[in-house]
Design a protein. Structure first.
Length: 290
């Protein structure tokens, strides 16, 4: 850059700095141009006086237990929201209803137990979603991410999940990275479809060595490729109690139907024989009379 252009750039930076200093900034937070950073300030509640043109909001490492949907809806231009390491619970449904531009959302290290369709359905531009390290997260609805078609990076590692329906992730056309490590996966026949999808998809699974089964005991700590082979064999060849009950019912029905058919055939034969013998007797009587 020429020496003549340098004073102009310095002046521009000075003006931007003055502008950022002149805008409202939440207490105990630092504000720069389009960014509000409240990391580690022991906040108990969502901060007030956030500039409405904020693009990046960082609330990491606080004690916030509730995100107000109305206040968030005023931040219509927000594209980056970091709420990791807080106390957020299960009151997130419809929280992000006015944040159609949000691209990055980090809710890791919190305390919610489930994800429903209403949790993230309004985040139509979401690309990165981190909900890892929520140890009490035990359920994700199969249609939880149905509206998040731009979702590229999803992390559900280190949670209490034991099951994830394959349709939850396989219908995400943009998904390229999926974190699943250190969960309590229950590797039974119901989980086979998901494991098969993992093996056949083009999605990358970071920390793949730690994507293992937790239960049953026979498959504990076994990695997914080996689990798929075992489940394919056991689930496709093994008969369960309900299968034996079904086969017994079918066998009984076949036996009963055969018995009834034989009984009806016997009755028909006896009736036919009686009618035939009676006809012969009638003919003999007519001959004797003649």
């Amino acid at each position: 850059m020429s020496s003549s252009g340098r004073p102009w750039s310095l002046s521009l930076m000075f003006l931007l700095g003055m502008a950022s200093e002149g805008i409202n900034c939440p207490s105990r937070c630092s504000c720069q141009y389009l960014e509000v950073n409240c990391t580690g300030q022991q906040l108990q509640e969502f901060p007030v006086d956030i500039p409405l043109d904020t693009r990046q909001l960082i609330l990491a490492a606080n004690n916030v237990s509730y995100l107000p949907a109305v206040e968030l809806s005023f931040l219509a231009d927000l594209v980056y929201l970091d709420c990791r390491k807080n106390l957020l619970g299960d009151d997130l449904d419809f929280t992000f209803i006015g944040m159609a531009k949000l691209v990055y959302l980090d809710l890791s290290f919190n305390d919610f137990t489930q994800v429903t369709f209403s949790t993230f359905s309004h985040l139509l531009s979401l690309v990165v979603l981190k909900i890892s390290d929520n140890p009490n997260l035990v359920a994700i609805d199969k249609d939880a991410f149905a509206n998040n078609t731009w979702l590229r990076h999803l992390d559900v590692s280190r949670t209490g999940l034991t099951f994830l329906d394959s349709s939850t992730v396989q219908d995400l056309p943009s998904l390229r990275l999926l974190g699943l490590s250190d969960n309590l996966w229950h590797c039974n026949c119901s989980f086979l479809d998901f494991i098969t999808w993992m093996m056949e998809s083009n999605v990358h699974f970071p920390d793949a060595d730690n994507i293992t089964c937790y239960t049953p005991v026979s498959l504990h700590a076994l990695r997914m490729p080996a689990v798929e082979a075992q489940l394919h064999f056991s689930c496709l060849t093994q008969l369960y109690k309900q299968d034996y009950v079904f086969l017994c019912l079918v066998g009984f029905c076949i036996f009963f139907a055969g018995t009834m058919a034989a009984w009806l055939a016997g009755i028909c034969a006896v009736i036919y024989k009686i009618h035939a013998s009676k006809g012969e007797e009638d003919e003999e009587e007519e001959e004797d009379t003649a």
